[in-house]
Write a new protein. Structure first.
Ligand code: SF4
Length: 374
């Protein structure tokens, strides 16, 4: 592979994986980005927690040309989960005989007055699981309890939740349900693209999510907003290549949606996984932390599977939501401020003592900024 335009590099890029960590190629891509950028302000946003970590880990912000800003958007599923959803999960944890199962980071996110981790300390049965199938096993092993899985995540995660619900139905498992806080990515992109306070020139599109969605759901960015997007992988060369392709399109004012992660993403996505999700879920309005309510951006369990919907199985009183005082996660998730501009960053709010979810999750912007701040 030789130095050239980003498209040349994209055309030449191929396995093995080591090629995507090649320092010389990374250096040449940085040079390409500098050569392409015209010196004026360009805001690029990634909307995937793994990209957030890659950009922080490899220090890419520090080697970008003047004016080119890499912003982190709503790509961390734990971070975008609204406080009222966390409060709802906490209320479910207080149902007598309930076992709440969820991913580790979710347990530590503060709700209005408690967290799932605090509820566990207080004696509620809250368990960390690695997949919804672990929660199914819990239901098998605890027939006298109600196992409620708190599902968070985007398009990459929802097929496994749908499969777990179908499996529970097939097994006539009566003590398993899902509290569904899932979200879909394109509506959030639309909300940010249309936000007059956040001027985004290009999106680094999520590699994992796109394995399911394919390229089509992003076309509106160009058709309605004339904003380019590049589906990007996660190795250093992947990320730099995505940035170079975006800068090229921004400078030429030739917006398009491109797939630079062809070894991972089929342009058409995964139709089987989408069919699975559509069988079990239907779109619904959802509230995102920082972005507020976004139409048709969440997933609701269909009536056919109502027996597995924790919100319909258990009527609970959810406390009045109170946002963490002084926390600017909402502005961080919209790309309006960098995490370091939050007055609490690194002082009152650290990964050991997090105040907001963006510092709790390992994929959160604040945690990534803190970890790789040097
Ligand atoms: Fe919230 Fe902490 Fe990030 Fe500030 S540094 S926005 S308090 S998570």
């Amino acid at each position: 592979m030789t130095q050239g335009t980003a498209k040349d590099v994209a055309a030449n890029a191929a396995p093995p994986l080591d090629a995507f960590r090649d320092p010389a190629l990374a250096r040449s891509l940085i040079d390409t980005i500098h050569a392409l950028a015209g010196g004026h302000a360009i805001n690029l946003m990634e909307v995937c927690g793994t990209h957030t970590v890659s950009i922080g880990r490899y220090g890419f912000r520090s080697v970008m040309p003047d004016g080119l800003r890499l912003l982190s958007g709503p790509g961390c599923p734990v971070c975008v989960t609204a406080n009222q959803d966390i409060d709802h999960a906490i209320a479910l944890a207080r149902v007598p005989g309930a076992i709440i199962a969820t991913f580790g980071d979710m347990m530590r996110v503060p709700g209005s007055t408690s967290s799932l981790a605090a509820e566990k300390v207080a004696g509620r049965d809250v368990r960390m699981v690695y997949s919804p199938l672990d929660a199914l096993s819990l239901a098998h092993d605890n027939p006298g309890s109600e196992v409620i899985f708190m599902g968070v995540g985007f398009e990459t995660t929802t097929p496994t939740i749908a499969a777990a619900i179908l499996e529970a139905q097939a097994q006539s498992l009566r003590n398993f349900s899902v509290f569904c806080a899932h979200k879909t990515t394109p509506p959030a992109l639309r909300a940010i693209a249309g936000d007059p306070h956040t001027h985004i020139d290009g999106f680094i599109l999520p590699g994992h999510v796109s394995t399911i969605t394919g390229i089509e759901p992003y076309r509106f960015l160009v058709d309605e907003f004339r904003i380019p997007g590049v589906i990007t992988g996660f190795e250093p060369v992947d990320v730099l290549e995505g940035i170079a392709m975006l800068v090229d399109m921004v400078e030429k004012n030739e917006p398009a949606i491109r797939n630079a992660y062809r070894r991972g993403v089929d342009t058409k996505g995964n139709a089987v996984a989408r069919a699975l999700v559509n069988q079990v879920f239907e779109p619904c309005d959802a509230i995102w932390r920082g972005l507020g309510p976004i139409p048709q951006s969440g997933l609701h369990i269909r009536d056919d599977f109502a027996a597995f919907d924790a919100t319909r199985r258990f009527e609970v009183e959810v406390e009045q939501t109170v946002e963490p005082q002084g926390c600017r996660c909402g502005d961080v998730l919209r790309g309006r401020i960098a995490p370091t501009q939050c007055p609490l960053f690194g002082r009152k709010c650290t990964p050991e003592v997090p105040i907001g979810p963006c510092m709790v999750s390992s994929e959160g912007s604040c945690a990534a900024y803190y970890r790789y701040r040097a």
